[in-house]
Design a protein around this ligand. Sequence first.
Ligand SMILES: [Zn+2]
Ligand SMILES: [Zn+2]
Length: 164
Amino acid sequence: MAKITYPCPCASGKLYPDCCELVHKGKLDFPNAEQTMRARYTAFCYGEIGYLVDTLHPKKRRIGDAFSLSKLIKKTRWIGLKIVDHQPGDEISYVEFVAYRIENGLIAQQHERSKFVLMKGKWFYFDGEALPDLKLERNEPCFCGSGKKFKKCHETLPGKLESL
Ligand SMILES: [Zn+2]
Ligand SMILES: [Zn+2]
């Protein structure tokens, strides 16, 4: 397989092999809740269903999860992630994030405060509280991780987004 050298979808600014791939492959010792969150987002982008099921808290797993995840993955085009806050705890951590996607040619947001629970040294996604959309700041770095300002990046694309 060719080595992937493009930026990690989680918009960390690192390349995938130096970022979420380490978590997906279990090569990073004790990823914290934020790293788990990032790797789950990247797993949504890359269709890593095994990782998504594996990091879902056992109490939250349902029969058919893999199927519903694959349906969700196929119909969703994710374009960026912003970690808003990470509140680490001993047994419970919270990660607030916004995941950006294209919906009907427009930028849509999933703004959520996720609860992660630690079990045997590993963080599991438990559930999340949905929060209102964040204002898209024109002069802030774009959520896609391009390094450009939003106004010079994804804001310039309405109408063209459908083809991305
Ligand atoms: Zn990453
Ligand atoms: Zn962008």
